[in-house]
Design a protein around this ligand. Structure first.
Ligand code: SF4
Length: 196
């Protein structure tokens, strides 16, 4: 059932022309992962590689994200679904405008409603600001649980920020450790992570 609903939504997103980003996209990046995921990761938007492949987080950032997930004992196939604030690539990887974000956000909201995750993790400033407050500072908000529409949200850095500034990796890991502990508390007390 959820599969049908998601397929229907995917078709709608793939045909979307609600904002100007449709004009320059190659592929819509709907999002991917497990439909049974209890963790929903929210990124900013597709980059060059994602726009080419139609898959979320496949470039260098994606590889780092995979390593982080692996360290947590999570996999894309089983534990997480990854979606973005906007589903089409902003030219030159610029930050999506507020109007573009507002046009696209209902799709993300619908994905979250359908998947009904226990935990949302926002990756980077744009994802956090898009869901909470456009004036927020990720450096201040990260690592602290938030509530949005009765769902728990952990804000953390985008993997691309960790690539640019490896000193942030320590904080990022602290944030993901909180996600692991919350996952054990809410979803699976037996969840295995070799580090904690
Ligand atoms: S970014 Fe979102 S709202 Fe804009 S065209 Fe793409 S799918 Fe539609």
């Amino acid at each position: 059932m959820i599969k049908d609903e998601i397929s229907k939504l995917r078709k709608e997103v793939e045909n979307c022309k609600k904002c100007p980003l449709y004009k320059t996209r190659n592929k819509v990046v709907f999002g991917n992962g497990s439909l049974n995921a209890k963790i929903f990761l929210v990124g900013e938007g597709p980059g060059f590689d994602e726009d080419r492949t139609g898959v979320a987080f496949v470039g260098r950032s994606g590889k780092l994200l995979d390593k982080i997930l692996e360290a947590c004992g999570f996999t894309r196939e089983k534990h997480v679904f990854i979606g973005n604030i906007v589903k089409c690539r902003p030219p030159q990887n610029r930050i999506p405008t507020i109007d573009e974000q507002s046009s696209c956000l209902p799709f993300l909201e619908k994905q979250v409603e359908l998947l009904n995750p226990d935990i949302i993790v926002t990756l980077g400033a744009t994802a956090y600001k898009g869901l909470f407050d456009s004036n927020a500072k990720i450096t201040r908000e990260r690592g602290n649980w938030k509530i949005r529409n009765n769902r728990l949200v952990m804000p953390t850095y985008h993997p691309s920020a960790l690539l640019r500034n490896p000193a942030l990796k320590k904080d990022s890991w602290e944030d993901f450790k909180k996600v692991i502990l919350k996952y054990r508390e809410l979803v699976d007390p037996e969840h295995f992570c070799k580090y904690i």
